[in-house]
Design a protein. Structure first.
Length: 294
C-alpha cells in the first residue's frame, strides 16, 4: 500500500513513509501554529505522487478565510479556484474532462457566529440546519467530481473547538462527508448524487468509479490549548473526533529556556511506525519542516 506523503520535509520517514490512504488524519493545534500551511503542503504533495493536487474543504463560519489562497500561491505556486457552493449541478456535462471544478470549496456561509446548539437561538439553529441541507448535493458533487478525475486526498479546515461535538453544525457536516461520501463505495455515492439521472448515466458512471480505500482525509482542528503538553494530557471522550481517527498529530508550543518553540507530537498512528519523541519544526517561505536530527 503506497503511503500518502505529508509534504512536510522530514516527517514522512518518521511515520513509516507517510499517512495511510483510506483513513482520517486529524491535525490539532491553536490558531497560527501552522495547520493551514501543513494542509496546503499535504494537498500539493498529491501533484507529484498521484498526478493531481488534493482539494480544500473550508468549514469556517465565524472567522473569515484561513489564508488558503495566499499560502497555496506562496508555497506551491498554486492558484486556487473557488467552487460555488450555491451552484447548479450539470448532470449532462458532469464527466466532461473540460469542465472545471474549483479546488477550494467554502462549505458554509460566513456569518460571524458560532455553530453550536448552545450558542444559537432556536431559529438560528434551524437556519443553519436548512443551509446544511441545501448544500449537501453540491458537496457530494464537489467530492465525487474530483475523485472520478483522480484526486486522492482532501483537507478539511476551519473546525472550531466545542465542548460537545454532537451539538456542532461543523461536526454534523464532517460526519456526513466522511461516512456518506468518503467511506461509501463510489457507485452508491453516484446513486445519491444522480438519483433519477442515474439510469441515464449509469454506463458512464461505472467507467469512472474509484476506490475509496485510496483516498486520504486530513482534518485541521483548532484547539483551545496552545501548549503541546496540554493537548497531550487532554483526555478523549468516547465518540470524539480524535478517538475515531487513524492518525492524530498535535502542533503546539513547548518551552525551551526563556523561549517557546514550535513542536509536533504524533499521538496515534495505527498500523504504522509512531515516533515517541517530540519533533521540533520550523516555518519559513517553504512551509513546515521538521528540524530534529534523525
Amino acid at each position: 500500500m503506497q503511503r500518502l506523503s505529508t509534504g512536510v520535509l522530514g516527517l514522512d520517514e518518521r511515520i513509516g513513509g507517510g499517512l495511510l490512504p483510506g483513513t482520517m488524519t486529524v491535525l490539532v493545534g491553536s490558531t497560527g501554529i501552522g495547520k493551514t500551511q501543513f494542509g496546503v503542503q499535504f494537498a500539493n504533495a498529491g501533484l507529484k505522487q498521484e498526478g493531481r493536487r488534493g482539494v480544500l474543504f473550508d468549514m469556517a463560519t465565524r472567522v473569515d478565510s484561513q489564508g488558503h489562497h495566499a499560502y497555496a500561491e506562496r508555497l506551491a505556486n498554486w492558484t486556487l479556484r473557488n467552487e460555488d457552493s450555491e451552484g447548479r449541478i450539470d448532470y449532462e456535462r458532469f464527466f466532461d474532462e473540460n469542465r472545471v471544478i474549483g479546488d477550494y470549496f467554502r462549505a458554509l456561509t460566513y456569518k460571524g457566529q458560532r455553530v453550536t446548539r448552545r450558542d444559537l437561538e432556536f431559529d438560528q439553529w434551524n437556519d443553519w440546519q436548512a443551509e446544511l441541507s441545501r448544500h449537501l448535493d453540491v458537496t457530494i458533487a464537489y467530492f465525487f467530481g474530483h475523485f472520478v478525475r483522480g484526486v486522492r486526498r482532501f483537507v478539511v479546515d476551519g473546525i472550531e473547538p466545542v465542548d460537545h461535538q454532537s451539538e456542532s453544525i461543523q461536526f454534523e457536516l464532517l460526519e456526513y462527508v466522511y461516512h456518506q461520501i468518503i467511506r461509501k463505495d463510489a457507485e452508491w455515492v453516484a446513486r445519491d448524487l444522480f438519483r433519477q439521472h442515474f439510469r441515464t448515466n449509469e454506463e458512464t458512471i461505472l467507467r469512472h468509479l474509484y476506490r475509496k480505500e485510496d483516498i486520504g482525509c486530513l482534518v485541521l482542528y483548532t484547539s483551545a490549548e496552545t501548549s503541546l503538553d496540554a493537548m497531550i494530557d487532554k483526555p478523549l471522550d468516547e465518540g470524539d473526533l480524535l478517538a475515531g481517527a487513524n492518525t492524530v498529530i498535535y502542533l503546539g508550543k513547548i518551552r525551551d529556556g526563556i523561549k517557546f518553540r514550535r513542536a509536533m507530537y504524533v499521538a496515534k498512528h495505527r498500523g504504522s511506525v509512531c515516533p515517541d519523541e517530540i519533533l521540533l519544526y520550523d516555518i519559513d517561505e517553504n512551509g513546515l519542516s521538521v528540524t530534529n536530527d534523525l
